[in-house]
Ligand binder design. Structure first.
Ligand SMILES: [Zn+2]
Length: 105
């Protein structure tokens, strides 16, 4: 793939003009999403980059286990309060592939 086609997340537009960004979490081995724009809260700011995205503020997920991270410059910085093995570590985001939809456990 060329540089232009690479992306760290899949985009899905929301009815209110926002964007869902779906990305792979290597800590939970699941897809998480954040939303930017639109009217619905919670809402994150996005720096507009597909290759080195930054979302703010931090992302807290509590589906099965607690997962709390900052995403900046295409890296996921897992905070110490995560309940998975990557707590406290910073990991490069994987390029998005639709195979993630089948890979989640
Ligand atoms: Zn996670």
């Amino acid at each position: 793939m060329s540089q232009e086609q690479r992306t760290k997340f899949k985009i899905s537009k929301t009815p209110d003009g926002g964007i869902h960004h779906f990305y792979w979490c290597p800590g939970c081995k699941k897809i998480h999403s954040v939303r930017s724009g639109g009217q619905t809260r919670p809402m994150w700011t996005w720096n507009g980059s597909h290759i080195a995205p930054t979302f703010s503020p931090s992302v807290l997920t509590k589906s099965n286990i607690r997962c709390h991270c900052f995403i900046h410059d295409g890296k996921i910085e897992f905070l110490g309060d995560c309940e998975h093995e990557l707590a406290g570590k910073t990991i490069d985001m994987l390029d998005w592939t639709d195979e993630f939809f089948e890979r989640g456990d």
